[in-house]
Design a protein around this ligand. Structure first.
Ligand SMILES: *Cc1c(COP(=O)(O)O)cnc(C)c1O
Length: 359
Protein backbone atom coordinates (compact mmCIF):
# COMPACT_ATOMS: atom_id res chain seq x y z
CA UNK A 1 0.00 0.00 0.00
CA UNK A 2 1.26 3.46 -0.75
CA UNK A 3 -0.57 6.49 0.60
CA UNK A 4 0.03 9.95 -0.82
CA UNK A 5 0.67 13.16 1.07
CA UNK A 6 -2.83 14.57 0.74
CA UNK A 7 -3.29 18.36 0.63
CA UNK A 8 -6.79 18.28 -0.86
CA UNK A 9 -9.08 21.18 0.05
CA UNK A 10 -12.17 19.01 0.56
CA UNK A 11 -13.02 16.22 0.66
CA UNK A 12 -9.68 16.04 2.40
CA UNK A 13 -7.32 13.81 4.33
CA UNK A 14 -8.73 11.65 7.11
CA UNK A 15 -6.61 10.25 9.94
CA UNK A 16 -5.10 6.92 8.83
CA UNK A 17 -6.18 5.35 12.11
CA UNK A 18 -9.80 6.32 11.42
CA UNK A 19 -9.72 4.69 7.99
CA UNK A 20 -8.15 1.56 9.46
CA UNK A 21 -10.80 1.36 12.17
CA UNK A 22 -13.58 1.85 9.62
CA UNK A 23 -12.07 -0.90 7.48
CA UNK A 24 -11.74 -3.28 10.39
CA UNK A 25 -15.42 -2.82 11.28
CA UNK A 26 -16.76 -2.54 7.75
CA UNK A 27 -18.30 -6.01 7.42
CA UNK A 28 -19.15 -6.69 11.04
CA UNK A 29 -19.76 -3.72 13.28
CA UNK A 30 -19.30 -4.58 16.96
CA UNK A 31 -20.42 -8.18 16.51
CA UNK A 32 -23.73 -7.23 14.86
CA UNK A 33 -22.92 -9.25 11.74
CA UNK A 34 -23.52 -6.24 9.53
CA UNK A 35 -21.93 -2.97 8.55
CA UNK A 36 -22.96 0.18 10.39
CA UNK A 37 -24.03 1.30 6.89
CA UNK A 38 -26.64 -1.45 6.94
CA UNK A 39 -27.97 -0.69 10.41
CA UNK A 40 -31.32 1.01 10.96
CA UNK A 41 -31.02 4.62 11.97
CA UNK A 42 -33.79 3.89 14.47
CA UNK A 43 -31.85 1.14 16.25
CA UNK A 44 -29.66 1.39 19.33
CA UNK A 45 -26.51 0.30 17.48
CA UNK A 46 -26.63 3.35 15.25
CA UNK A 47 -28.06 5.75 17.81
CA UNK A 48 -25.17 5.13 20.21
CA UNK A 49 -22.70 6.24 17.54
CA UNK A 50 -24.86 9.24 16.62
CA UNK A 51 -25.06 10.39 20.24
CA UNK A 52 -21.38 9.75 20.91
CA UNK A 53 -20.44 12.03 18.00
CA UNK A 54 -22.72 14.78 19.33
CA UNK A 55 -21.43 14.39 22.90
CA UNK A 56 -17.81 14.59 21.77
CA UNK A 57 -18.43 17.73 19.72
CA UNK A 58 -20.20 19.27 22.73
CA UNK A 59 -17.22 18.46 24.92
CA UNK A 60 -14.56 19.75 22.48
CA UNK A 61 -16.27 23.07 21.81
CA UNK A 62 -17.75 23.51 25.30
CA UNK A 63 -21.28 23.70 23.88
CA UNK A 64 -23.96 24.31 26.54
CA UNK A 65 -27.53 23.02 26.55
CA UNK A 66 -28.66 26.38 25.17
CA UNK A 67 -27.42 25.10 21.82
CA UNK A 68 -28.49 22.20 19.63
CA UNK A 69 -25.90 20.21 17.67
CA UNK A 70 -27.40 19.04 14.38
CA UNK A 71 -26.32 16.66 11.63
CA UNK A 72 -27.83 17.85 8.36
CA UNK A 73 -27.39 17.26 4.64
CA UNK A 74 -27.08 19.51 1.61
CA UNK A 75 -23.62 20.80 2.51
CA UNK A 76 -22.61 24.12 3.99
CA UNK A 77 -24.15 25.60 0.83
CA UNK A 78 -27.67 24.75 2.01
CA UNK A 79 -26.98 26.63 5.23
CA UNK A 80 -26.47 29.79 3.18
CA UNK A 81 -30.28 29.76 2.76
CA UNK A 82 -31.38 27.93 5.88
CA UNK A 83 -29.74 30.41 8.25
CA UNK A 84 -31.63 33.49 7.04
CA UNK A 85 -34.85 31.52 6.48
CA UNK A 86 -34.91 30.50 10.14
CA UNK A 87 -33.25 33.46 11.86
CA UNK A 88 -34.79 36.31 9.86
CA UNK A 89 -38.59 36.36 9.87
CA UNK A 90 -40.10 39.15 7.75
CA UNK A 91 -39.08 42.54 9.11
CA UNK A 92 -35.78 41.31 10.58
CA UNK A 93 -32.38 41.99 9.09
CA UNK A 94 -28.79 40.77 9.46
CA UNK A 95 -25.29 41.99 8.65
CA UNK A 96 -22.87 40.11 6.40
CA UNK A 97 -19.15 40.51 5.84
CA UNK A 98 -17.73 39.77 2.42
CA UNK A 99 -14.25 38.27 2.65
CA UNK A 100 -14.09 36.19 -0.52
CA UNK A 101 -15.68 33.42 -2.55
CA UNK A 102 -17.53 31.62 0.22
CA UNK A 103 -18.79 34.76 1.93
CA UNK A 104 -20.02 36.00 -1.48
CA UNK A 105 -22.01 32.81 -1.95
CA UNK A 106 -23.52 33.09 1.53
CA UNK A 107 -24.55 36.67 0.75
CA UNK A 108 -26.04 35.78 -2.62
CA UNK A 109 -28.29 33.13 -1.10
CA UNK A 110 -29.28 35.23 1.92
CA UNK A 111 -30.35 38.06 -0.38
CA UNK A 112 -32.82 35.73 -2.06
CA UNK A 113 -34.75 35.07 1.13
CA UNK A 114 -34.20 38.09 3.38
CA UNK A 115 -33.14 41.71 3.59
CA UNK A 116 -29.51 41.83 4.62
CA UNK A 117 -26.75 44.43 4.73
CA UNK A 118 -23.22 43.85 3.51
CA UNK A 119 -21.27 45.80 6.12
CA UNK A 120 -17.77 45.36 4.71
CA UNK A 121 -16.42 44.00 1.46
CA UNK A 122 -12.78 43.18 0.80
CA UNK A 123 -13.57 40.16 -1.34
CA UNK A 124 -11.63 41.51 -4.31
CA UNK A 125 -8.54 42.62 -2.38
CA UNK A 126 -5.14 41.30 -3.40
CA UNK A 127 -3.34 40.26 -1.24
CA UNK A 128 -6.37 38.56 0.24
CA UNK A 129 -7.69 39.29 3.72
CA UNK A 130 -10.84 39.55 5.80
CA UNK A 131 -12.33 42.87 6.91
CA UNK A 132 -10.92 44.80 9.85
CA UNK A 133 -13.26 45.28 12.78
CA UNK A 134 -12.90 49.06 12.25
CA UNK A 135 -14.26 48.74 8.69
CA UNK A 136 -17.56 47.20 9.74
CA UNK A 137 -20.51 49.48 9.24
CA UNK A 138 -22.83 47.59 11.59
CA UNK A 139 -26.62 47.97 11.50
CA UNK A 140 -28.13 48.71 14.91
CA UNK A 141 -31.03 46.25 14.71
CA UNK A 142 -29.21 43.38 12.96
CA UNK A 143 -30.13 39.95 14.36
CA UNK A 144 -26.70 38.55 13.61
CA UNK A 145 -23.40 39.27 11.92
CA UNK A 146 -22.30 36.62 9.43
CA UNK A 147 -18.61 35.86 9.07
CA UNK A 148 -16.80 33.26 6.99
CA UNK A 149 -14.32 32.17 9.60
CA UNK A 150 -11.75 30.90 7.11
CA UNK A 151 -11.85 31.60 3.38
CA UNK A 152 -10.78 28.22 2.03
CA UNK A 153 -9.95 29.47 -1.45
CA UNK A 154 -8.02 32.65 -0.69
CA UNK A 155 -6.34 31.37 2.48
CA UNK A 156 -7.37 34.31 4.70
CA UNK A 157 -9.12 34.00 8.04
CA UNK A 158 -10.55 35.94 10.96
CA UNK A 159 -8.01 35.94 13.79
CA UNK A 160 -10.21 37.78 16.25
CA UNK A 161 -13.90 37.80 15.61
CA UNK A 162 -15.44 41.28 15.75
CA UNK A 163 -17.14 42.55 18.92
CA UNK A 164 -20.85 42.97 18.28
CA UNK A 165 -24.02 43.50 20.26
CA UNK A 166 -25.74 40.79 18.19
CA UNK A 167 -24.60 37.15 18.02
CA UNK A 168 -22.16 36.02 15.36
CA UNK A 169 -23.11 33.44 12.74
CA UNK A 170 -20.11 31.70 11.23
CA UNK A 171 -19.37 29.46 8.31
CA UNK A 172 -16.59 27.41 9.91
CA UNK A 173 -16.45 24.78 7.19
CA UNK A 174 -12.70 24.88 6.80
CA UNK A 175 -11.52 25.62 10.33
CA UNK A 176 -13.98 24.13 12.79
CA UNK A 177 -12.14 22.29 15.56
CA UNK A 178 -8.80 23.58 14.33
CA UNK A 179 -8.36 26.25 17.03
CA UNK A 180 -9.93 27.73 20.15
CA UNK A 181 -12.97 29.95 19.94
CA UNK A 182 -15.54 31.16 22.45
CA UNK A 183 -18.83 29.56 21.55
CA UNK A 184 -20.83 31.98 23.69
CA UNK A 185 -20.27 34.76 21.13
CA UNK A 186 -21.93 32.71 18.40
CA UNK A 187 -25.59 32.25 17.67
CA UNK A 188 -25.00 29.67 14.98
CA UNK A 189 -22.05 27.83 13.47
CA UNK A 190 -22.18 25.61 10.42
CA UNK A 191 -19.58 23.48 8.71
CA UNK A 192 -19.50 20.94 5.91
CA UNK A 193 -17.77 17.94 7.47
CA UNK A 194 -15.49 17.12 4.56
CA UNK A 195 -12.64 19.44 5.58
CA UNK A 196 -11.88 19.14 9.27
CA UNK A 197 -14.44 16.69 10.62
CA UNK A 198 -14.96 13.68 8.40
CA UNK A 199 -16.39 12.62 5.04
CA UNK A 200 -18.68 14.58 2.75
CA UNK A 201 -22.46 14.31 2.89
CA UNK A 202 -22.71 15.67 6.40
CA UNK A 203 -23.08 19.23 7.67
CA UNK A 204 -22.71 20.08 11.34
CA UNK A 205 -24.88 22.93 12.61
CA UNK A 206 -24.63 24.31 16.14
CA UNK A 207 -27.50 26.68 16.89
CA UNK A 208 -28.60 28.64 19.95
CA UNK A 209 -32.15 27.48 20.35
CA UNK A 210 -33.73 30.80 21.36
CA UNK A 211 -32.70 32.37 18.04
CA UNK A 212 -35.08 30.26 15.98
CA UNK A 213 -38.19 30.82 18.05
CA UNK A 214 -39.49 33.36 15.53
CA UNK A 215 -38.95 31.15 12.46
CA UNK A 216 -41.97 31.47 10.12
CA UNK A 217 -44.50 28.63 10.38
CA UNK A 218 -44.64 28.12 6.63
CA UNK A 219 -41.00 27.07 6.20
CA UNK A 220 -40.73 23.66 4.51
CA UNK A 221 -40.33 20.95 7.15
CA UNK A 222 -36.83 19.90 6.13
CA UNK A 223 -35.65 23.51 6.02
CA UNK A 224 -36.64 24.20 9.64
CA UNK A 225 -34.04 23.81 12.36
CA UNK A 226 -36.83 23.04 14.83
CA UNK A 227 -37.70 19.85 12.90
CA UNK A 228 -34.18 18.54 13.34
CA UNK A 229 -33.84 19.74 16.94
CA UNK A 230 -37.04 17.98 17.99
CA UNK A 231 -35.90 14.67 16.50
CA UNK A 232 -32.18 14.85 17.40
CA UNK A 233 -31.35 15.00 13.65
CA UNK A 234 -33.29 11.76 13.11
CA UNK A 235 -36.42 13.22 11.52
CA UNK A 236 -35.44 11.53 8.29
CA UNK A 237 -32.60 9.16 7.42
CA UNK A 238 -29.31 10.81 8.37
CA UNK A 239 -26.04 10.21 6.47
CA UNK A 240 -25.26 7.46 8.94
CA UNK A 241 -21.93 6.29 7.56
CA UNK A 242 -20.55 9.84 7.45
CA UNK A 243 -21.70 10.41 11.02
CA UNK A 244 -20.05 7.14 12.05
CA UNK A 245 -16.74 8.26 10.50
CA UNK A 246 -17.13 11.62 12.26
CA UNK A 247 -17.56 9.71 15.53
CA UNK A 248 -14.30 7.86 14.78
CA UNK A 249 -12.59 11.19 14.06
CA UNK A 250 -13.75 12.51 17.44
CA UNK A 251 -12.31 9.41 19.13
CA UNK A 252 -9.04 10.06 17.34
CA UNK A 253 -9.06 13.69 18.53
CA UNK A 254 -9.54 12.48 22.11
CA UNK A 255 -6.52 10.25 21.73
CA UNK A 256 -4.32 12.95 20.21
CA UNK A 257 -5.63 15.53 22.69
CA UNK A 258 -7.45 18.66 21.59
CA UNK A 259 -4.70 20.97 22.87
CA UNK A 260 -2.01 18.98 21.08
CA UNK A 261 -4.01 19.13 17.89
CA UNK A 262 -4.40 22.91 18.10
CA UNK A 263 -0.71 23.34 18.86
CA UNK A 264 0.22 21.08 15.97
CA UNK A 265 -1.93 23.14 13.59
CA UNK A 266 -0.08 26.32 14.52
CA UNK A 267 3.26 24.56 14.08
CA UNK A 268 2.38 23.03 10.71
CA UNK A 269 1.31 26.40 9.32
CA UNK A 270 4.38 28.13 10.76
CA UNK A 271 6.72 25.65 9.07
CA UNK A 272 5.07 26.17 5.70
CA UNK A 273 4.91 29.96 5.95
CA UNK A 274 8.55 30.03 7.05
CA UNK A 275 9.49 28.19 3.85
CA UNK A 276 7.53 30.76 1.82
CA UNK A 277 8.92 33.78 3.67
CA UNK A 278 12.46 32.38 3.63
CA UNK A 279 12.49 32.05 -0.17
CA UNK A 280 13.47 35.66 -0.85
CA UNK A 281 10.18 36.31 -2.60
CA UNK A 282 10.40 33.31 -4.92
CA UNK A 283 7.37 31.83 -3.20
CA UNK A 284 4.89 34.60 -2.40
CA UNK A 285 2.07 34.16 0.14
CA UNK A 286 -1.23 35.41 -1.29
CA UNK A 287 -2.86 36.51 1.99
CA UNK A 288 -1.96 39.54 4.10
CA UNK A 289 0.31 38.15 6.83
CA UNK A 290 -1.88 38.94 9.83
CA UNK A 291 -4.84 37.18 8.21
CA UNK A 292 -3.03 34.08 7.02
CA UNK A 293 -4.98 30.87 7.39
CA UNK A 294 -3.54 27.96 9.37
CA UNK A 295 -5.65 25.57 7.30
CA UNK A 296 -5.25 26.66 3.67
CA UNK A 297 -1.80 27.95 2.85
CA UNK A 298 -1.93 29.79 -0.48
CA UNK A 299 1.05 31.03 -2.46
CA UNK A 300 2.34 31.85 -5.92
CA UNK A 301 5.49 31.09 -7.87
CA UNK A 302 7.26 33.52 -10.23
CA UNK A 303 5.14 32.37 -13.23
CA UNK A 304 2.11 30.30 -14.09
CA UNK A 305 4.38 27.95 -16.05
CA UNK A 306 6.41 27.30 -12.92
CA UNK A 307 3.21 26.75 -10.94
CA UNK A 308 2.06 24.13 -13.42
CA UNK A 309 5.46 22.46 -13.29
CA UNK A 310 5.40 22.59 -9.47
CA UNK A 311 2.03 20.85 -9.33
CA UNK A 312 3.02 18.23 -11.85
CA UNK A 313 6.36 17.37 -10.22
CA UNK A 314 4.77 17.41 -6.77
CA UNK A 315 2.17 14.91 -7.96
CA UNK A 316 4.90 12.62 -9.28
CA UNK A 317 6.61 12.84 -5.90
CA UNK A 318 3.43 11.84 -4.06
CA UNK A 319 2.05 15.24 -3.00
CA UNK A 320 -1.50 15.72 -4.22
CA UNK A 321 -4.13 18.45 -4.10
CA UNK A 322 -1.72 21.39 -4.36
CA UNK A 323 -3.25 23.15 -7.35
CA UNK A 324 -4.99 26.36 -6.26
CA UNK A 325 -8.74 26.66 -6.77
CA UNK A 326 -9.59 27.04 -10.45
CA UNK A 327 -11.00 30.51 -9.82
CA UNK A 328 -7.74 31.97 -8.46
CA UNK A 329 -4.86 29.77 -9.64
CA UNK A 330 -1.60 29.54 -7.72
CA UNK A 331 -0.81 26.87 -5.16
CA UNK A 332 -2.83 25.86 -2.12
CA UNK A 333 -1.76 23.40 0.54
CA UNK A 334 -4.72 22.49 2.75
CA UNK A 335 -3.35 21.28 6.05
CA UNK A 336 -6.41 20.36 8.07
CA UNK A 337 -6.32 18.53 11.41
CA UNK A 338 -5.76 15.13 9.83
CA UNK A 339 -2.73 16.15 7.74
CA UNK A 340 0.30 14.87 9.67
CA UNK A 341 3.29 17.05 10.55
CA UNK A 342 5.42 14.71 8.46
CA UNK A 343 3.47 15.58 5.29
CA UNK A 344 4.18 19.28 5.85
CA UNK A 345 7.87 18.69 6.55
CA UNK A 346 8.19 16.63 3.38
CA UNK A 347 6.38 19.30 1.36
CA UNK A 348 8.82 21.93 2.62
CA UNK A 349 11.75 19.75 1.51
CA UNK A 350 10.13 19.40 -1.90
CA UNK A 351 9.54 23.18 -2.14
CA UNK A 352 13.16 23.92 -1.30
CA UNK A 353 14.56 21.50 -3.83
CA UNK A 354 12.11 22.69 -6.51
CA UNK A 355 13.26 26.26 -5.93
CA UNK A 356 16.93 25.25 -6.15
CA UNK A 357 16.30 23.44 -9.44
CA UNK A 358 14.20 26.20 -11.03
CA UNK A 359 15.12 29.43 -9.28
C1 LIG B 1 -16.24 23.98 1.22
C2 LIG B 1 -16.87 25.18 1.77
C3 LIG B 1 -18.23 25.44 1.60
C4 LIG B 1 -19.13 24.57 0.75
O1 LIG B 1 -19.39 23.39 1.39
P1 LIG B 1 -20.37 22.30 0.72
O2 LIG B 1 -20.45 21.32 1.84
O3 LIG B 1 -19.69 21.79 -0.49
O4 LIG B 1 -21.65 22.96 0.42
C5 LIG B 1 -18.76 26.57 2.20
N1 LIG B 1 -17.99 27.40 2.92
C6 LIG B 1 -16.68 27.19 3.10
C7 LIG B 1 -15.89 28.15 3.92
C8 LIG B 1 -16.08 26.07 2.53
O5 LIG B 1 -14.77 25.86 2.71
Amino acid sequence: MSRVYNFNAGPAALPLEVLENARAELLDFNGTGMSIMEASHRGKVYEDIHNEAIANLREFMDISDDYAVLFLQGGASTQFSMVPMNLLPPGETADYTNSGTWASKAIKEAEKVALINVVADCSKDIPTRVPLASELNLTSNAKYLHVTSNETISGARWNDYPETSCPLVADMSSDILSRHFDISRFGLIYAGAQKNLGPSGLTVVIVRKDLIEGAPDDLPTMMRYSTHIEDNSLYNTPPSFSIYVLALVTRWIKKVGLENLYKQNVEKAAVLYAAIDGSDGWYKGTAVKEFRSDMNVTFRLPSEELEAKFVSEATKSGFIGLKGHRSVGGIRASIYNAVPVEAVNELVKFMNSFMRANG
